[in-house]
Ligand binder design. Structure first.
Ligand code: HEM
Length: 203
């Protein structure tokens, strides 16, 4: 007969991968994004959608700033296929908006917190499938005009997401590094949520 101590039993039941922890521990923030998106009613008019696209553009700039960080870039082997700042800027151009620019919010989120910011951006490409349909149906936009930032990556959303999840888990972080990544994700959600709450003020 073998006996396990309480601590051993606990460590067996609480071992979750970084990707699983991120999903579980940011689920409340994801729910909050749904509520904020519904409240912001971003497909009600081209004007509202333009402000949402500004938020997307600024958020993508925050995230892509982190791509330049060598320790983070080394964790994501296909970093060059990721990021939507350029296409969001093209969308803004289609919509007749010239962004005034914003202060980068990710300057302190280097390693490993930065991976949490990138997680929020990459995960948001999944929900963007629904938003893309709405942009097409409600506003007549497309992957070639105005809604490039919501379109799938050329390889397809699921495939690129799966590779990202593999990269998250391959990082093989210890508990406190994982905590830092989760904090980075919470900060990123917090920042995007703040922009959604103040869309009117984005320029
Ligand atoms: C109304 C708007 C949204 C809808 C309908 C939506 C929907 C979804 C769906 C269906 C998934 C896939 C869930 C799964 O595979 O279990 C997903 C994942 C995700 N979404 Fe959203 N989403 C929305 C807004 C957002 C926003 C604004 C953000 C971030 C700024 C975001 C971040 C994420 C993340 C990080 C994941 C990955 C979760 C995981 O770890 O599997 N979503 N979303």
């Amino acid at each position: 007969m073998t006996f396990t101590t309480d601590t051993e039993a606990q460590s067996h039941t609480t071992t979750a991968s970084l990707a699983q922890r991120l999903k579980a521990e940011t689920a409340g923030e994801h729910e909050r994004m749904h509520r904020l998106m519904a409240k912001a009613d971003v497909f009600a008019s081209k004007e509202r959608y333009s402000r949402f696209t500004l938020a997307q553009y600024y958020f993508q700039q925050d995230v892509e700033y982190l791509f330049q960080h060598p320790e983070l870039a080394a964790l994501i082997p296909d970093i060059e296929v990721r990021g939507r700042a350029q296409v969001a800027l093209q969308d803004l151009h289609d919509l007749g908006i010239k962004p005034e620019g914003h202060e980068l919010k990710s300057l302190d989120a280097v390693h490993p917190e930065g991976l949490g910011w990138i997680y929020v951006s990459e995960g948001s490409t999944l929900g963007a499938a629904f938003l893309f349909k709405e942009a097409q149906n409600s506003l007549g936009l497309s992957a070639g005009f105005g809604a490039r930032n919501l379109a799938a990556y050329p390889e397809g959303r699921a495939r690129v997401w799966k590779r990202f999840v593999q990269a998250l888990d391959a990082a093989d972080f210890n508990g406190s590094q994982q905590d830092a990544v989760i904090q980075g994700a919470l900060n990123a959600f917090g920042h995007f949520g703040q922009m959604l709450e103040q869309l009117e003020q984005l320029r």
